[in-house]
Write a new protein. Structure first.
Ligand SMILES: C[S@@+](CC[C@H](N)C(=O)[O-])C[C@H]1O[C@@H](n2cnc3c(N)ncnc32)[C@H](O)[C@@H]1O
Length: 278
């Protein structure tokens, strides 16, 4: 097993939220993965798939349902907890503990590589994309997604509460340490540019709009899984975090009522390795 640079007990690790991820977030990651599968080119018949930053294996599960040609499905992640969940979701998944920027696979192995909401986590995203290029067969496909930038009253109100509890610079540090490229890849055109720089031609760029009706409590549950929430809990300790959480719920409730109409847009880009660059 490779040495993993984010340790299990580190607040930044997805191991911290593995028991809540699917319950709270599958409702947003599943439709995004379905939309990604739907954007693959007509006639796409992959046999070998690698999903980098596979998390709980949502993408491999959806792709294996959609593309019956798949025989070899691998998913890598640096969180062992997430990999365990992924394996439980899809028994035939080859779950590999590996950094996406140092893929332990032979060149020319996969027909398709997917990367759902993960490039934003990789300071070394160029290295990761170059490695994806290496492990893809000629004319192989890459599909990646990222949230587009949104400013909404609900998220701003949550950020305000968090900043009061742990300070604004700390809240900013949280995102910078977990997903340093989140803001970069949320800007239109930057995923495409990253693909092009690494030798892929962009064959499709689309978006999927997701709308949720959440109770205030569900919204806070959603937010506290994020980097800021993870750092907040780490800095304050569990008891103080629970107190903060209750106060944040009351603040949001008094401003917005009981129901949050929350929407997010995910950008999805599909690229292709040119057969000539094999
Ligand atoms: C937001 S989750 C997305 C999970 C999954 N792709 C999905 O769509 O549900 C990001 C995942 O990337 C993983 N990750 C972060 N940095 C990574 C790295 N350097 N190499 C591999 N995986 C990484 C995290 O552990 C986490 O499971």
């Amino acid at each position: 097993m490779l040495p993993l640079h984010v340790h299990k007990s580190d607040w930044r690790s997805y191991d911290q939220i593995v028991h809540h991820y699917d319950r709270v977030w599958a409702a947003r990651f599943q439709p995004a993965a379905q939309a990604m599968a739907g954007m693959m080119p007509a006639g796409c018949q992959p046999r070998a798939l690698l999903d980098i930053g596979t998390g709980t294996g949502i993408i491999p599960a959806i792709f294996s349902e959609t593309f019956k040609t798949l025989q070899n499905i691998a998913g890598c992640d640096i969180s062992l907890g997430m990999l365990q969940r992924a394996k439980a979701r899809l028994a035939n998944l080859r779950a590999v503990a590996a950094d996406a920027a140092a893929l332990p696979f032979k060149s020319d192995t996969f027909d398709l590589v997917t990367a759902g909401f993960v490039l934003s986590h990789l300071r070394e995203y160029r290295r990761a994309l170059n490695d994806v290029h290496r492990v893809l067969k000629g004319a192989g496909l890459i599909a990646a997604s990222n949230w587009t930038s949104t400013v909404d009253d609900y998220s701003q109100a949550w950020s305000g509460c968090l900043a009061e509890a742990i300070s604004k610079p700390e809240a900013e540090r949280a995102l910078n340490e977990v997903a340093p490229l989140e803001n970069y890849f949320s800007q239109e055109g930057n995923l495409e540019a990253a693909f092009t720089e690494s030798g892929f031609s962009v064959i499709h760029a689309g978006a999927v709009d997701l709308r949720f009706e959440l109770t205030v409590e569900q919204f806070v549950e959603d937010r506290e899984l994020n980097s800021g929430g993870r750092l907040g809990r780490h800095l304050l300790g569990n008891d103080a975090w629970m107190k903060f959480r209750e106060e944040a719920i009351n603040t949001l409730r008094s401003r917005f009522g009981e129901t949050i109409h929350y929407s997010r847009r995910a950008g999805v880009v599909i690229g292709q390795k040119s057969a000539a660059s094999v």
